[in-house]
Design a protein around this ligand. Structure first.
Ligand code: RTP
Ligand code: MG
Length: 156
């Protein structure tokens, strides 16, 4: 629609357990707002092992998988649905490369450079494609089958 209310692209962002320490949450949220994203939904949860394994199933054969699951279940995570035009690619660009220690050199203004630590403890997640975004959003925010299309979640 031409009135600007057309639905914009959505992506799934997660502030990982290490990102919820040291007031990094505020820095990350400020970066989100400064970059023009709207936080459509958010939910603070503790992932259990089964959910973490299922969320990262694509990495199940990788050597780092069990370590990744341990990290992602080591404390609460903040799940967010972000919305803006080109949200998927723009959020990936804002968070920077996977390895936060390298990001500090190559992408010093990225979220991972500022709040992350290394290849694993990189403080945030971002969907890697619009297809992944759809899958990941419905993984955490299941729509109720009956009644309204409103998705249940815990507002912070
Ligand atoms: P994410 O999915 O969390 O947004 O990160 P990404 O796309 O940049 O990285 P991906 O390859 O999907 O890996 C998922 C998460 O696994 C941890 N990881 N550890 N070699 C390692 O030890 C290793 N590689 C990746 C990171 O936490 C990464 O974000
Ligand atoms: Mg990924």
């Amino acid at each position: 629609r031409s009135d600007g209310s057309a639905e914009k692209e959505k992506t799934l962002a997660i502030i990982k357990p290490d990102g919820l320490y040291d007031n990094c949450t505020d820095k990350i949220k400020n970066a989100i707002f400064d970059s023009g994203f709207r936080i459509v939904k958010e939910m603070l949860i503790q992932l259990d092992e089964e959910s973490a394994m299922s969320f990262y199933a694509e990495h199940s054969s990788r050597s780092f998988f069990s370590s990744l699951v341990k990290y992602m279940t080591s404390g609460p995570v903040l799940i967010m649905v972000l919305e803006k035009e080109n949200a998927v690619a723009d959020w990936r660009a804002l968070i920077g490369p996977t390895d936060a220690s390298k990001a500090k050199i190559t992408h010093p203004n990225s979220i991972r450079a500022i709040c992350g630590l290394d290849l694993q403890k990189n403080c945030v997640h971002g969907s890697d494609s619009p297809q992944s975004a759809q899958r990941e959003i419905s993984f955490f925010f299941k729509e109720k089958s009956s009644g309204s299309a409103v998705t249940e979640h815990d507002e912070l």
